[in-house]
Design a protein around this ligand. Sequence first.
Ligand code: NAP
Ligand code: MG
Length: 489
Amino acid sequence: MNKAELTTNIDGISVSPHNFINGRRVASKDCFEVRSPLDWTRKLAEVSRSDEAIAHDAVSAAVEGFKHWSSFSTSRRVEVLYRLADLIDANVAKISTIECLDMAMLHESLRLRVIPRGALNFRAYADLVAEHTERSWHSKGTANRVIRDAAGPAVVITPWNAPFMLATWKVAPALAAGNSVILKPAEWAPLSASMLADFINEAGFPEGAFNVVQGLGSEVGASLVADPRVRRISFTGSPATAQHIGVAAARNIVPFTAELGGKGPLIVFADADIDGAAKKAAAQFEDSGQVCLAGTRLLVERAVKQEFMDRFSSYTDQHVFGDSREPATTLSPAIHPIHLERVEGFVERARQAGDKIIFGGARYDPEKLWYKPTLIEPKSNQSEVVQKEIFGPVLTLQTFDSEEQAVELANSTAYGLSGIVYTSSSARASRIGRAVRAGTVWVNSFLIRDLSAPFGGYGISGIGREGGDYSLDFHSDLKTLQILEDSVS
Ligand code: NAP
Ligand code: MG
């Protein structure tokens, strides 16, 4: 197959919808179709539907690639990672265009925030490995040192929401630690991962250090995580998939991190900036609610419920639904008809169960994928819409009368990924921030991220932590080297 056959042209941008293994494009025998949520009649590409044999080849490439990449000096590794970050920055417009067509996130936020974060991820981990000093100490007549050894080939499996940013968030620490990587992106938004392979190729990584395998999770994803030559698995997605991957990881005794779903509370105390809280609550409808960290359960102190609702409804009314490429648009469509049907199923069951639909609860156009911002007042805290992640533009509203009740409600689901608290009291910020059981709690803000902080979930929201040194430790085999001091000179 020549090069032209291995790429496809999408709005003037050349993208390969195939695998990237050992520095080369490899097409699988079968393909699957990728469509644009902005216009479901538009086919974007035929993407390689890889099988077990391709998974095997990709791991073989990563085994060889690991030998070369892990032998690079830290300064040489840092140089290549920086070159990659620069290439991402130089191609933000192209990546944003493809990502927007593929999964419909707002083009403006992709271009200004989400795709540049991909470059930041590589720079942040390059800096961390460059600055790393081995921990060393003396005790009981011995000199001790903690050494990080690169672990081996790592499989990275990512979901369809913000796929480029989420892939780089996991690929960057794996590569910075010296591991080789096999990335399996989600079948509903696979194209930007393929673009990442082009930049990695250009940045000067050795062959096999980074590989992309396209295909279905239940097929090639399952083959990749089952391969005993893989030494790390880093996964972002749903708890149900994490259970399958966890079993495969256990069989091979492979360390595994999982960043999973959320059902975050957004708690508004009467002493808070109610307008700021209401504005942030209305912003939870953005990206069609397909944000794991979103504060989807609005918990509002009863005394300010009416004021909050007036402002929240008014901010929600200001949203503009439309094509995600238009700067005025604030509401994008759902990723896929199947996903939208799932969201509709939640709302329909809530309606039948007697939960109150305050607003929304329907598509803008029955033929298209945009769903109206929806607010539900549940009959009880046990309602399915309170307890299960919907991953759509659907929020619930509950009230509380005391701090204790707010915390009890906040901690009443099986999830624990994130929480948002609005209060003007610093003592309360600290009290509630500590009491909410979640991997990240924001007070009077949302989504401000420090890449050195640990990131992950309590409960069914995840296993392990990524971010900063936590990721680098995960991707390393840590060794304690102890030398009896008087025995050497
Ligand atoms: P998903 O269905 O779990 O899929 C995630 C990835 O796993 C996809 O690439 C999928 O491939 C693959 N996969 C499926 N079955 C597999 C198997 N048996 N073995 C190996 N890989 C397999 O999740 P999603 O629907 O794409 O994403 C939405 C979920 O991700 C939500 O729950 C959301 O909250 C969560 N999420 C969490 C975070 C976080 O940081 N905590 C961030 C973003 C999203 P296919 O695409 O082919 O199915
Ligand atoms: Mg798509």
